[in-house]
Design a binder for this molecule. Structure first.
Ligand code: AP5
Length: 218
């Protein structure tokens, strides 16, 4: 099964990608995580991407698509994948369709997560990520408003550089201007299902799984 998750920053794409990938036995691929790995390793791509990420802007389409196509060429994606945060522009979607077409494949479903802007700002300014295992957590869930230890491995929790409120609002604007047009593009192809991404994490997972199953029965 080949699935795309689209949604504003903080919609819960990463949280749900991990859970859905586990339940569907397919790898979750996050372009944000791929970029952060490059940044941490200090690669040329990472240094270039960081300028855009810190500004809350999108990394240019060609760079992002080449990096993603390389990841999709790895053998663990043969039986499917879940893309978290890619594509984000119509151009990226066109390039993804071309890449898949060379393998005689296409997407099965695109899930668009809906969350109000105020919830996004609340979630992201409270988000902490484990520096060791990468587990994403919420300061409400780790006990205080200050970074503490990871509930999974005990590692140190960190705040993402782009989770300052000013940058979050910029990312929301970028999402509205550059990614929302993609929803119409996928709707016309009969691939898009909107998912209410508010409420408990498990409720959202159940809605997303139901959307995937309904879609595969179309
Ligand atoms: P990326 O890392 O993908 O950032 P994003 O899309 O802005 O999404 P986030 O990771 O901020 O949020 P999320 O939706 O994954 O939510 P999460 O599950 O963490 O990309 C970063 C940057 O890389 C981009 O700005 C851009 O520069 C670049 N980039 C990436 N892809 C690109 C592309 N295709 N093209 C160009 N550039 C690209 O949850 C958020 C918080 O909410 C967490 O604390 C979580 O615990 C909490 N939470 C989750 N679910 C719930 C719930 N149901 N209720 C309450 N809290 C919840």
């Amino acid at each position: 099964m080949r699935i795309v998750l689209i949604g504003p920053p903080g919609a819960g794409k990463g949280t749900q990608a991990r859970l859905l990938a586990e339940r569907l036995s397919i790898p979750a691929i996050s372009t944000g995580d791929l970029f952060r790995t490059h940044v941490a390793q200090g690669t040329l791509l990472g240094r270039e991407a960081r300028k855009y990420m810190d500004a809350g802007a999108l990394v240019p389409d060609e760079v992002t698509t080449t990096m993603t196509a390389e990841r999709l060429a790895e053998s663990d994606t043969d039986s499917g994948f879940l893309l978290d945060g890619f594509p984000r522009t119509v151009r990226q979607a066109e390039l993804l369709r071309e890449t898949l077409a060379t393998q005689g494949a296409d997407l099965d479903r695109v899930l668009a997560f809906d969350v109000p802007d105020d919830d996004v700002v609340r979630r992201l300014t409270a988000r902490r990520v484990c520096g060791e295992c990468g587990l994403v957590q919420h300061t409400d869930h780790v006990g205080s408003g200050k970074p503490s230890s990871c509930g999974g491995c005990g590692g140190t929790l960190q705040r993402r550089d782009d989770d300052r409120e000013e940058t979050v609002r910029k990312r929301l604007t970028v999402h509205t201007e550059q990614t929302v047009p993609l929803l119409d593009w996928y709707t016309t192809q009969g691939l898009l299902t909107r998912v209410n991404a508010t409420g408990q994490v498990e409720q959202v997972t159940q809605r997303a799984l139901a959307a995937v199953m309904r879609g595969s029965a179309d």
